[in-house]
Design a protein around this ligand. Structure first.
Ligand SMILES: CC(C)(COP(=O)(O)OP(=O)(O)OC[C@H]1O[C@@H](n2cnc3c(N)ncnc32)[C@H](O)[C@@H]1OP(=O)(O)O)[C@@H](O)C(=O)NCCC(=O)NCCS
Length: 153
């Protein structure tokens, strides 16, 4: 199993797994390093796409494992790799959201995410916010670049 940042030459393969956003946006996100993929024998079997809430807190938009490969640990390996790379970038808090009736929330809860809020869209189940605080390394080991604790206004 190889987990790596997506490259532009992966875009067509990614689009077959993740057609929820336009190809233009996918291209932009690949250029920004905001898509991680898992490959087995050269084939993409899992994908993680993220962005930044308030332009500072890593926010997971999508994690998806090919259906025949679910339940084998690929999703947790990919999520943990993302967490590690966000931690290396100096981030302390991670966020994501799922619909309150989605099974996917139990995957995140198993991996330490906790409900920290919710919001409503008309005519749809509440969207719940889940977040996780990362434990930073000792001061000498950390590559602290930005803080991503909730801002105070
Ligand atoms: C959710 C998803 C990414 C999990 O990936 P995965 O590779 O199947 O998960 P793992 O094998 O790493 O499982 C890790 C743990 O989470 C649990 N888990 C995984 N999916 C779960 C689900 N849908 N409901 C409840 N628990 C789940 C597993 O049982 C496992 O628990 P264990 O460690 O006690 O055995 C995958 O099922 C998927 O792609 N689902 C469709 C897309 C989706 O719902 N994405 C999440 C919202 S963006």
């Amino acid at each position: 199993m190889d987990i790596e940042q997506a490259h532009l030459n992966d875009i067509n393969a990614i689009f077959t797994v993740d057609a929820e956003i336009s190809k233009d946006m996918l291209e932009r996100k690949i250029r920004d390093g905001e898509i991680l993929i898992t490959k087995e024998e050269g084939k993409i079997i899992a994908l993680l796409r993220y962005s930044f809430f308030w332009d500072s807190i890593p926010f997971l938009n999508l994690i998806k494992v090919e259906s025949k490969n679910r339940g084998k640990g690929f999703g947790s390996a990919l999520l943990m790799q993302w967490e590690e790379s966000m931690k290396e970038g100096g981030h302390e808090l991670l966020m994501l959201s799922t619909q309150s009736d989605e099974d996917g929330q139990y995957f995140f809860k198993r991996l330490g995410y906790r409900k920290t809020g919710s919001f409503e869209f008309p005519g749809q189940e509440d969207e719940i916010i889940l977040s996780k605080t990362l434990k930073q390394n000792m001061p000498n080991e950390a590559h602290q670049t930005t803080s991503s604790s909730p801002r105070r206004v």
